[in-house]
Design a protein around this ligand. Structure first.
Ligand SMILES: Nc1nc2c(ncn2[C@@H]2O[C@H](COP(=O)(O)OP(=O)(O)OP(=O)(O)O)[C@@H](O)[C@H]2O)c(=O)[nH]1
Ligand SMILES: Nc1nc2c(ncn2[C@@H]2O[C@H](COP(=O)(O)OP(=O)(O)OP(=O)(O)O)[C@@H](O)[C@H]2O)c(=O)[nH]1
Ligand SMILES: [Mg+2]
Ligand SMILES: [Mg+2]
Lengths: 293, 282
């Protein structure tokens, strides 16, 4: 991680007893490499390194007895500030049901996270959610969500694979009102941000049901492309939050910083496993440490 | 990489941005750029028109290392059963790729059977069954929750008794840092090597093109557990470039055999290194 990367420069500084601008240049170069290796986006890293450069050549580093530690502190502070504070609240509509829409690329974890959110809403907030199977494309997607519904003993709304996702969403809301289900979570099919027809479909669902939350679900191991994906989904849908999945893996997760930097939307939850109770609040400070390695 | 620019610091910075943004990896890119700068001096290259060729050459070289540039095909038996085991982390496209490959092999006149080795995830067996129907091939399955090794064992017996040429085995997605799950996978592979001569003929690691540097860790760990023989790089129809496969091939000698270009049964193509390198700049 960053600490090891800075070792060489730190030893050299100890030997000389004073820090030069060249030393600082070297240290910010190591910061850049550490962030790129952690999958933070190239342009986001460029902007970030500019931000810390000023502090890095300031008194706090240049006159410190432990300049290496100071650089790490500067980087951690700036990263944590960029990641934002912890924000894991779920919207509550003035009049039920509160509608949550799950969107994202193929395989990111939307269906699984739909189940996890339903579980959380009931266990922690005593809510009565309805799961909506609006993925009519992926083989056995409806079966997958219905299986999760059975495991949770929770209702799943489906009109089968011949129905239109917009109709499914609308009719699900009608059922929720009739059956007094106070949360509706709409699971949509994975899609590419560059697939215009499918992105239009999401806009149609949004304009029909006016979701209180639109969660962009992103795989934590996403590389440089995270910026393209987050930007497109956010520009077209104005998402309200992000869920970063598969954080139980060993990926550094730089995508988190890229996503936050380019959308400024809160990362609310972290998927920490395949089971339906493995959803945690997203901790920005912990993520900053993880990214730095 | 526009034609007729000067080959100066700006040129190399732009090149660095393109390649890092393609997930080639910062160390590989820095080494490449050092190498290119030497080449520029040695050949006295003045404008970027000449550079395009040199850069593509170098990238293809990184990929092939010092082996000759043979596109690597599936190593299937001429007669007797061939088994292909599909492995990889969650959600990358294993099950979908099996459906596509079953279709392709059937078109080539092979008799194909599928083994529903993901006995864990909700709807996994049903999902593979739909692909089996689409490709027109049989699916061997047990109940959800049963032992994946037992399903694969049954798949092999069924493939033998039905005279199948190829058995494609699906497995549950798993993150490479989960030791017990990697051990489970090693056990499935053991069953295949015990029951089928030279089996499995292929262990294909399915990698998602949107994955960053973690793909290298996936390749290393899955290879330690199952001796991966090839990669299928999926979701290349998106904007991600999957540049990490250059370093994977260079360091681990694992070739990309196929690429996934969509969600339809026909969206599978043989890997072409030159086309791939070209795509990094598109
Ligand atoms: N380890 C781990 N696996 C996860 C997590 N979230 C989801 N998964 C797994 O990732 C895979 C994909 O999850 P899905 O819920 O099917 O993803 P999806 O976004 O609905 O996929 P599409 O509908 O095809 O776009 C499954 O194997 C899940 O079990 C997580 O936080 N950790
Ligand atoms: N656009 C695109 N989507 C793909 C491609 N390959 C697979 N997908 C989609 O990715 C999602 C996940 O595919 P699966 O086949 O379920 O992936 P998996 O590896 O079997 O997932 P798990 O079994 O849950 O680990 C599905 O929505 C597929 O349609 C591809 O090449 N391009
Ligand atoms: Mg889904
Ligand atoms: Mg699967």
């Amino acid at each position: 991680g960053l600490a090891e990367r800075l070792q060489g420069t730190i030893q050299r500084i100890k030997g000389k007893g004073k820090v030069t601008e060249q030393d600082v240049k070297e240290m910010t170069r190591e910061v850049r490499l550490a962030l790129l290796e952690a999958d933070v986006n190239f342009k986001v890293v460029k902007d970030f390194v500019k931000r810390i450069k000023e502090r890095a050549v300031g008194q706090e580093v240049m006159e410190s007895l432990t300049p290496g530690q100071q650089v790490i502190k500067v980087v951690k502070d700036e990263l944590t500030e960029l990641m934002g504070g912890e924000q894991s609240k779920i919207a509550v509509a003035d009049r039920p049901p509160t509608v949550i829409m799950m969107v994202g690329l193929q395989g990111a974890g939307k269906t699984t996270t739909t189940g996890k959110l339903a579980n959380l809403l009931r266990k922690k907030y005593n809510r009565n959610p309805l799961l909506v199977a609006a993925d009519v494309y992926r083989p056995a997607a409806i079966n997958q969500l219905e299986t999760l519904g059975k495991q949770l003993n929770m209702p799943v709304f489906s009109l089968g694979t011949e129905a239109n996702p917009v109709d499914i969403a609308n009719q699900a809301i009608e059922q929720a009102k009739a059956e007094h289900q106070d949360y509706v979570i709409i699971d949509t099919a994975g899609r590419l941000h560059v697939d215009n027809d499918l992105m239009d479909e999401l806009e149609q669902i949004k304009s029909n049901v006016n979701p209180d939350e639109i969660f962009l679900v992103v795989d934590a191991m996403t590389g440089q492309d995270a910026v393209n994906v987050a930007e497109s989904f956010n520009e077209q849908l104005d998402v309200t939050g992000v869920v970063l999945t598969k954080l139980d893996g060993d990926t550094r997760g730089g995508a988190a910083l890229s996503i936050k930097a380019v959308t400024d939307k809160p990362i609310k939850f972290a998927g920490m496993g395949e089971k339906l109770d493995e959803l945690e609040a997203f901790h920005p400070e912990r993520m900053a440490s993880r990214i730095l390695g | 990489v526009a034609r007729y620019r000067k080959v100066d610091e700006d040129f190399f910075e732009d090149l660095e941005e393109i390649l890092i943004s393609a997930d080639v990896g910062v160390t590989a890119v820095m080494d490449l750029i050092d190498d290119l700068k030497m080449e520029v001096k040695r050949r006295n290259i003045k404008d970027s028109g000449e550079m395009k060729e040199v850069i593509s050459e170098k990238l293809v070289d990184i990929y092939y290392g010092d082996k000759d540039e043979e596109p690597e095909k599936l190593q299937l038996h001429e007669d007797g059963l061939s088994v292909i085991l599909f492995v990889g982390v969650n959600g990358v496209g294993k099950t979908t790729t099996i459906g596509k490959m079953a279709h392709q092999l059937k078109q080539e006149g092979k008799k194909v059977i599928l083994a529903a080795g993901d006995t864990f995830r909700a709807g996994a067996i049903e999902q593979l069954e739909v692909w089996g129907e689409r490709a027109g091939v049989d699916v061997i399955k047990h109940n959800a929750g049963s032992d994946p090794a037992a399903v694969v064992f049954d798949g092999i017996q069924a493939a033998r008794s039905r005279g199948a040429d190829v058995l494609l085995c699906d497995t549950a997605g798993r993150l490479q840092n989960k030791v017990n799950l990697m051990n489970e996978l090693a056990k499935v592979k053991k069953v295949i090597s015990r029951e089928v001569p030279n089996g499995p003929q292929e262990v294909l690691l399915v990698l998602d093109a949107t994955t960053g540097q973690n793909a290298m860790s996936q390749a290393k760990t899955f290879s330690e557990a199952t001796d991966v023989s090839g990669i299928v790089l999926t979701k290349l129809d998106g904007t991600a470039k999957g540049g990490i496969v250059l370093a994977i091939r260079n360091e681990l000698q694992i070739p990309v055999k196929y690429v996934g270009l969509g969600e339809k049964v026909t969206d599978l193509q043989a890997f072409d290194a030159h086309a791939f390198v070209y795509g990094l700049f598109a």
